[in-house]
Design a protein around this ligand. Sequence first.
Ligand code: ADP
Ligand code: LRH
Length: 473
Amino acid sequence: MTAAVAAVDLGATSGRVMLGYVGHDELRLVPVARFPNNPVRVFDGLHWNILELYRNVLAGLASAVRDEPDIRSIAVDSWAVDYALMTNGRMLGNPYHYRDERTAAGVDATHTIVGPAELYAANGLQFLSFNTLYQLAAEQLAGSLDGADSMLLVPDLLNFWLTGVSRAEQTNASTTGLLDVHTGRWHDTLIERLGLPRRLLPEVIAPGSTVGTLLPAVAAEIGAPASLAVSAVGSHDTASAVVAVPAVGDDFAYISSGTWSLVGVELEQPVVSEASRAANFTNEGGVDGRIRFLQNVSGLWLLSESVRTWERSGEQIDLPTLISAARGVTAPVAVFDAGDPRFIAPGDMPQRIADWCIEHGRPVPQSRAEFVRSILESLADAYSRSIETAAALSGKRIEVIHIVGGGSQNALLCQLTADRTGRPVLAGPVEATAIGNVLVQARAQGLVSGSLEALRAIVATTFAPVRYEPTGR
Ligand code: ADP
Ligand code: LRH
C-alpha cells in the first residue's frame, strides 16, 4: 500500500515542504513549496525570520493537504543549534542566527567552568563557537534566561506551534552540547555545573515517536483533520540527510553538502578520544541510536556569500554559469583554510579570502572564476583531510564517498573531491534531508519497515547517484 506523508525541511539557505509517497516498492517526492530563508539584522544582532518561515510552512502544508488530503503525518527538520526561549507558550524574542557574533563571551564563560577536554568527554561535540550551550551562556550573562520557562530548538518550536506539545527531539538536542554523548539524555551534572536552568530543557524524544496531533486552529488553517499526527524524525537536518545516503554496504563516508559541509562516517559507538577532540570531530546523535562521527568543515556558504557580494551592485549571477567558468580555470589557485573562523559571519567573502591569501603568502584570485575555483579546491581539500581523519580516528574503511544535498549538483566540486580524496564520489540525492525525513515518519506509520540499511537500499534504487572517478591529476 502506498500512502503520503509531508516533510518540512528548513535549511539555512531555503526551506521546502514536500509530499513523500511511500510504499513497499515506491518512494516518490513531490515538491509542494520552496521559499528562501533570509535572516534579518536588527539593533541587537542577526535573527532568523522565524514567523515568516512558519507562515511559509503553514502555506506549504495547506497546499500539501489540498494536493493529497489523506496524508498520514507531518514532520519537521531544520538546521541545528538555534532556539527560542519561551514562557507560558509565548516566544520571548526572535531566535538568534548562529552567525550572530554574540557568543564569544559565552565560550569564555563556559570554558572557565568546564574546560574543553572535560566538555568533550561529556558531550562529544566538535567545538563550534555557536553550539547552543555557548549561546545559552551568553544569554545567561545578559540575564535573558531569567524570564524563560523553556528553550525550544527550531524544529521543536515548530512542532510546538503545530501541536501545543513541547519536546526536544534527540538528534537535534545532541547539537546543544548539553546531552550526554553516551546516554542521549540531558547531562544533568553538566547543566548544573554550568549554572544553566534545567527547567529550560523539555523531555527528550526519539525519532520515530509521535510529538502529538494538530491543534484545532492549525488543522483548520491547513485544511487537515485535527487527528493528523506530527512525528519526530531526525529533526537535525544532517541526521535526516544521513538516513538518506544511498549507500550499499558499510565502507562509505558521507558529505552532507549545503550551506555547511558535514563530512564523516556513521558509527555504533561514539569516539571521544583525546585524538578526536584535538581533530575537532563531533559525535552527533543519529536516527536509530547511531552516531554521526563527523566534522563541520564550512560549506557552500563561502560561494553563496561571495555571490551575494558580487550581486550587491544589482547584477544577477547564474550559479551554473559561474561554476562552469571556474571549471575553465587552468592556472593554479590558492587553497585556503575553509574552516578559518573569519569566514563564519556574513560579509564580503571575496575580500576575506583575498586577505587570507595575502597573510599566508598565497596568490590572490584575480577573477570571479578564480575565486570560485579557489573556494571549491579549498572545500575539496578540507573534505579530503576530514575523510582521512575520520577513517584514522574511527578505524572505519572508506571505499566510496557519498555527497548528498544541494552541493551534490556541483559537478566540479564532486570531481575535485574524487581527485583530492582518491576515491569515487557518488553524488545525490539533492533532497536527501527531505527524503530521510519522509522515510523515518513513513516507517513510524508502518508504510515501510527495516533498519537504516533497508531504508538506504530504497533510496539507492530510487535515486541512482551520479558517479565521479578520481582522475589521479
Ligand atoms: P541548505 O539545506 O543548507 O539550505 P541545500 O542543501 O539546499 O542547503 O544546498 C544549497 C546549495 O546548493 C547552494 O548554496 C548552492 O551552492 C548549491 N546549489 C543549488 N543549486 C545548484 C545548482 N544548480 N548547481 C550547483 N550547485 C547548486
Ligand atoms: C546544517 C547544520 C549543521 C550544523 C549547522 C549549524 O544545516 O544543521 O549540521 O552544524 O547547520
